[in-house]
Design a protein around this ligand. Sequence first.
Ligand code: GUN
Ligand code: ZN
Length: 395
Amino acid sequence: MLADALLEIDPRGYIAAVGPTPPGCPLPESRPGAVWMPGFVDAHVHFPQTRVVGSATGPLLEWLARTVFPEEARFRERAYAEAVADEFCAALARAGTTTASIFSASDPGATDALFAALDRWGLRARAGLTLMDRGAPPTVCVPAGRALDAAEALIARWHGRDDRLWFCVTPRFALSCTPALLAGAAALAERHDLWIQTHLSENRAEIEATRAAFPGHADYLAVYADHGLAGRRSLFAHCIWLDDGGWDRLADRGCAVAHCPDSNFFLGSGQMPLARALERDVRVGLGTDVGAGRSFSIPRIAAAAYDTARLLDAPQTAEALLWHATAGGAAALGLADRIGRLEAGMEADLVAIDVPPYALDSPARLFDALVFRHDAGPVGEVYVRGRPVGRVKSR
Ligand code: GUN
Ligand code: ZN
C-alpha cells in the first residue's frame, strides 16, 4: 500500500511504473481521497438474470423453475437481450468489476448481444452460450447440434476480440445437459483451446438428481471429469458439498473454483469451505452469481465470504478476501499474468474507490472499510487497459 503514489500508464494501457510520488511531482492528484486498486474480478455471474436479482423463490431447483427459466426464455427476443445487456454492463461498471466470467442465455442472438455490449463498454470477459438440451422447458432448451454450431459462429465472431473478450464453453450444469452435449462441449473446448465454466455440487437435491441422471459415474465431479470437462481451464462454481476426495481431485486436475457465498446464503444452498480449497492450492475467485446473488458488488461478496468463513470456524481477513476479489480472481480465470495487481507490465485495469479519511489511518482499517462499509465508498472511476469503462459507440 502506498500513501501517495504515481502510476504511469503507457499509451497501450499497460502499467509502465508504479511507486511513491517523487518530491516536487508537477502532476495534480487525480482523485484526492480515493484509493486506486486493481479492478474487481467477478468469477461467476449470469447476464440473463440481471432483472430477477433478489427473487425469493428458492431453493435452487424450485428457483430455477419458477424464476430463472421463464426469465431466460425472454432472451429469445433480441431487443430484450440488447436492453438487458446494456443494463448488465452498466451494473458491472458501477460495481467496479472490470473482468467477469459470464453465463449468457441459451439463445445465440442474446449471446451475440452480450458480446456486443461488452465490446462497446470496454469490459474484459470470458462469456459463454449457456448449453442446455434437457431438464428445462422447451423455451430455453436448444438441441445439442444447433447449440454447438451456434457456439462455433460466436467463437468465429468474438473469441479473442481486442484480446479482452473470450468465448467460454458453458454447459449450465450436468442436469441440463445430455451426455452427447457434455461430450460435444468438451470437444469444442479442445478444438479451440477454450475455458470451461459450469456449476458443481451446489445443492443437496441437485446432487441427488445428478446421481440419478448419471448412474454410471462415481460422483458429480466425475460426471464432468469423465466427459473431459475437468482440467486446468475449468472453473466450477459453488463446490459446497465436495468431500475431501473431491477436493483432492479438483486440486490434482488443476481446476479453479468460483466461490459465491451471497448466492449460497440466498438459496440456502450451504457454505463452501474455502480453507479446504486453499490448503490444496486450488485457485479461488469470488462470484456474485447474480441473480441468486443479490448484488453486483464483489466487495459485498467478499463480506459474505468473511461471514461464511467465520461460520465454518476458519476465519479469513478482509485483506485476504480482497486478494481473492482481484489477483485471486484473475488467477482463477487464468489471467494472473495480465491483471489483478498494480505492477509494471500488467494491463491497467483499475478502480478508484472514494473512502472516508479515517479509513486511511492504517492498511487494516482500509481493508476493513473496503470490504465491510458498503455505504462508505462508491466506485468513482473504472478503467480497463487504461481506458475508461463506459458505453461508447466504437472502440
Ligand atoms: N445451477 C444451474 N443453473 C444455475 C443458475 O442459474 N444459478 C445457480 N446459482 N445455480 C445454477
Ligand atoms: Zn451460477
